[in-house]
Design a protein around this ligand. Structure first.
Ligand code: AMP
Ligand code: ZN
Ligand code: FE
Ligand code: FE
Length: 287
């Protein structure tokens, strides 16, 4: 069974609508799919409705979640996947709302830095690249830079202007990973740290930094991720085994034409069963 626990839609910086993602996942024969848009749950309803009413009668299971942007005390960016939580738990939703609001100010700053360097782009052009009030992220800025002809592709925009070590990079308010884990757990869900050793994206977590996360209730580590090297994966497998954490794998799919393919990497069914059992209720959506 194919289990993909990390994907994005137009509710954040993905290219497929939530219902479009459901169509593609069913067509790809996926058994369990998690929807994890950045700092939002707004794609949940459309995706759930699309699955429940799907003409194929598919028995795919949908895991509702979010990839929560976090920052540690040193300003290091960490992404926490919250899965199977109750979206009626307001303290968690308030935290996501706060992050999304700060993302707008942060984008204004990045655009300002680009303008100072003579790269013409406006905040309006960036916002025009998202659907409705989707979570605003650097991929939208990348698309605006492509539309203006400054770069040829989203990837080139990241390679030249938008990567984490760039002089144009600005971070935004986010909760600490401990806070995010606690909120996810209080909301009855499970917490899996996303791509923790993806060194190609920038500086990564020290191994000791896992201690407070585990103490806060971290359930799992996303080991199989397209941005992890073979060495990074094997270090994480050892860590997960030593600390009794669940191992997940996922595509971090953002839509066709973006590098990662749906179910490119997947989670072992036993690991998924263990993870699901840690939520305080069965919240998987299915027909
Ligand atoms: P943001 O949330 O605005 O910081 O943007 C994060 C998103 O940008 C990630 O989810 C990826 O989709 C994308 N991203 C981050 N780093 C890179 C990179 N080096 N190359 C391509 N895409 C990236
Ligand atoms: Zn993304
Ligand atoms: Fe991420
Ligand atoms: Fe992601």
């Amino acid at each position: 069974m194919l289990i993909d626990l990390h994907t994005h839609t137009t509710a954040s910086d993905g290219a497929d609508t939530p219902s479009g993602l459901i169509d593609k996942a069913i067509a790809a024969g996926i058994g369990v799919l998690a929807l994890t848009d950045h700092d939002t749950t707004r794609g949940w309803k459309e995706a759930s409705d699309a699955l429940v009413n799907h003409p194929s009668g598919s028995d795919m299971q949908l895991v509702l979640g979010s990839e929560i942007s976090c920052q540690d005390e040193e300003g290091l960016s960490i992404h926490m996947l919250g899965l199977l939580f109750d979206a009626g738990y307001q303290p968690l939703i308030d935290e996501l709302d706060k992050t999304r609001e700060r993302r707008l100010f942060r984008m204004e700053k990045i655009v300002g830095r680009l303008n100072e360097a003579g790269i013409e782009i406006t905040l309006d052009e960036v916002c025009a690249m998202r659907t409705g009030d989707a979570t605003l992220g650097r991929p939208h800025l990348a698309d605006a830079l492509v539309a203006r002809g400054h770069v040829a592709s989203r990837q080139e925009a990241f390679d030249i202007f938008l990567h984490n070590r760039s002089k144009y990079y600005v971070n935004h308010y986010s909760p600490t990973p401990e806070t995010a884990i606690k909120l996810i757990k209080q909301a009855g869900g499970v917490a899996v740290i996303a791509h923790p050793f993806a060194s190609k994206r920038g500086k990564t977590l020290e191994i000791e930094a896992f201690d407070p996360l585990i103490a806060a209730g971290l359930d799992g580590i996303e080991v199989d991720h397209p941005d992890h090297s073979a060495d990074e994966k094997s270090e994480l497998v050892s860590l997960a085994i030593a600390r009794n954490l669940i191992i997940t794998g996922s595509s971090d799919y953002h839509g066709d034409g973006r590098l990662n393919r749906l179910a490119q990497l997947t989670t072992h069914p036993e690991q998924w069963a263990h993870l699901e059992s840690k939520a305080n209720q069965r919240r998987v959506v299915k027909r």
